[in-house]
Write a protein that binds this ligand. Structure first.
Ligand code: F6R
Length: 608
């Protein structure tokens, strides 16, 4: 959410800032801006509403060969998307870019009467506050930043430059990620390591409560209490190919189609189909501890929450004497929930930076409950703060809508459940079918994507103009229906909601009319016939049903049928979700909407 970049070195700063912002545009795309300084400290500030493309147009008429600068792409929190509200914000001689939210900005603003506020943002308040300590260069910039941050409540990742010292950038973080790239005769900065990749693979991940003074050839880090921190330089693990479209028209389609490989990465070295066992090293819990687990709390937001719900159904199927509670992080953090002592919490997050999920992690840790991360982004805050964890290793997800992460998060959590069941001595005849299917899943994912692709495209085009959709499923297909509905609503802007089949008669059936279509997820199994009865009830009321099923002799008179391969039984909902992903993608394309950057959203929600 929002992207920050910065550069100091011998090369053209504007070029780096623009290319870096393009990399980060998926994190926010309401407006963007850059400021660069020449050797004399003269600033060139360029800001534009909307996409980076608009900023580039301004740049064409304002090219500079400056060697230092900072930039920002915004997801609006305070104040509408506009050029005036775009970052960088100026106060006196300083310029500031900021990710996060300054919660006490109104209170701070009261005491900053001498500053002529131009924008409605909390960020400009922080710029003015820093300037009030800087006193136009009377005090060192880094000191002024520290003084100001000591008064701030909220979250921030910031970068500050001053016209009076065009050889330094001051950065700081609390709750919003910042990565410093260490190059040859240059130091770079970004809120996400992917923006640095073309220039360096050596990075320093700033921690909460740290402030860094960045120069061309040095990085000096201190805590807000002026204690020196020795900078640890780490290797960025992502490669360039992983953050490019690789011949696909959209990142979303690329990410959907790469699931056979990304899921394989999740399973690598962790599944032994021959002896029907799984092995996860990361959580670091002893056999005794695993045996003693009676309660699992799974915490996430959006798609990660759905993955947790789905995994919970499976874990309860094969693990005796365990309860699983999957919770929405933004709710859970304010609940006065008692967590029994023999619990373990799974903290699920693709980005590893989601503010509410991170807040839950910290609350749960305070209660002394072991926390296990199910995270994708390596080195992210959640990954670093959990007691143990399992990376899902799906590679960068650039498209705002999460796809490949869902599949791998769900399976990684099921594997964690299997390790508990193994430790508890559950018979291998019970667990083996799950393990064997997990081992086969990457290939089944490939087969499903290949065999359904064209038909899903046709069906999606047929239903793209509906404004309402109802996704239906039960048991493991219910969270899958929830995830399918979320995909369609967030990228195709369809009012899509999910219900458990059994709930239809308790209310939602009243909705069925020609403005709606119904996506019915119908996996073969114990509850199939019951779901079929519910489908009949919808049909009897003139419903427009798209059925997704693995039942070979499926013959209900629904409008459209999408068949998935029959071989996978237990995890058929995972395959059905691929259909939902492709469906949402092609409906969005048919409507001519922005697939990778849906309106009002941004990747990685680092504000509450
Ligand atoms: C939906 C989507 C979001 C995220 C949610 C959590 O497609 O992308 O619902 O799943 O914001 O994000 P992470 O997993 O990064 O914590």
């Amino acid at each position: 959410m929002c992207g920050i970049v910065g550069y100091i070195g011998n090369k053209n700063a504007q070029n780096f800032l623009i290319s870096g912002l393009k990399r980060l545009e998926y994190r926010g795309y309401d407006s963007a801006g850059i400021v660069t300084l020449n050797a004399e400290g003269e600033a060139t500030l360029l800001r534009a509403k909307g996409k980076i493309l608009n900023l580039e147009e301004k740049l064409a008429a304002n090219k500079r060969d400056d060697k230092i600068g900072i930039g920002h792409t915004r997801w609006a929190t305070h104040g509408e998307p506009s050029e005036t509200n775009a970052h960088p914000h100026r106060a006196g001689k300083i310029y500031l870019v900021h990710n996060g939210i300054i919660e006490n900005y109104k209170e701070l603003k009261e005491n900053l009467k001498e500053h002529d506020f131009k924008s409605q943002t909390d960020t400009e308040v922080l710029a003015a506050l820093i300037n009030s300590f800087y006193k136009d260069g009377e005090y060192p910039l880094a000191n002024a930043v520290v003084q100001a941050l000591k008064l701030v409540k909220g979250t921030y990742g910031i970068a500050v430059v001053s016209c009076l010292s065009p050889d330094e950038i001051v950065v700081a973080r609390s709750g919003s990620p910042l990565v410093i790239g260490v190059g040859h005769d240059e130091t770079l900065l970004a809120s996400d390591a992917s923006a640095l990749l073309r220039h360096t693979k050596r990075a320093i991940y700033l921690n909460d409560g740290e402030v860094a003074l960045i120069r061309k050839n040095s990085v000096e880090i201190k805590t807000l209490n002026a204690e020196p921190v020795s900078a640890k330089v780490e290797e960025i693990e992502t490669n360039i190919a992983a953050i490019q479209k690789g011949g696909y028209e959209h990142f979303l389609l690329k990410e959907i189609m790469e699931q056979p490989e990304s899921l394989m990465e999740t399973l690598r070295g962790r599944v032994n189909a021959k002896d029907g066992t799984v092995r996860l090293g990361g959580p670091g819990l002893s056999e005794e501890k695993l045996r003693g687990i009676k309660h699992l709390v799974i915490v996430g937001c959006g798609t990660a929450y759905h993955a947790g719900l789905l995994a919970g159904y499976y874990i309860e199927q094969f693990t005796p004497e365990i309860t699983v509670e999957t919770v929405i992080a933004s709710e859970y953090r304010y609940r006065n929930a008692y967590i029994p002592k023999d619990s373990v919490a799974l903290i699920v997050s693709q980005s590893g930076e989601t503010a509410d999920t991170l807040a839950c992690l910290r609350e749960i840790k305070k209660q002394g409950i072991p926390t296990i991360g199910i995270v994708n982004a390596i080195g992210s805050t959640i990954a670093r703060e959990v007691d143990g964890g399992t990376y899902v290793h799906v590679g960068p997800e650039i498209s705002v809508a999460s796809t490949k992460a869902f599949t791998s998060q769900a399976i990684a959590m099921v594997m964690f459940g299997l390790t508990i069941a193994q430790a508890k001595g559950v018979k291998s005849s019970m667990l083996r079918p799950y393990v064997e299917e997990i081992a086969k899943l990457p290939e089944a994912v490939r087969e499903t994507l290949d065999s359904t692709h064209d038909i899903v495209k046709n069906v999606a085009e047929k239903y793209a103009e509906y404004e309402h959709a109802i996704y239906l499923g039960r048991d493991t297909a219910y969270p899958t229906a929830m995830e399918g509905a979320l995909k369609l609503k967030e990228i195709a802007y369809v009012d899509a909601n999910a219900y458990a089949f059994g709930e239809l008669k308790h209310g939602p059936l009243a909705l069925v009319d020609d403005r709606f279509f119904e996506m019915a997820l119908l996996p073969e199994g114990e509850l199939y016939e019951k779901a079929v009865s519910n489908v009949q009830e919808v049909l009897a009321r003139g419903g427009h049903i798209v059925a997704v099923t693995n039942v070979e002799d499926f013959d209900l008179p629904v409008e459209s049928v999408i068949k998935i391969p029959a071989e996978i039984r237990l995890f058929a909902p995972i395959l059905m979700n691929l259909v939902s992903q492709l469906f949402a993608y092609y409906a969005t394309v048919a409507k001519g909407l922005n697939v990778d950057q849906p309106r009002n959203l941004a990747k990685s929600v680092t504000v509450e």
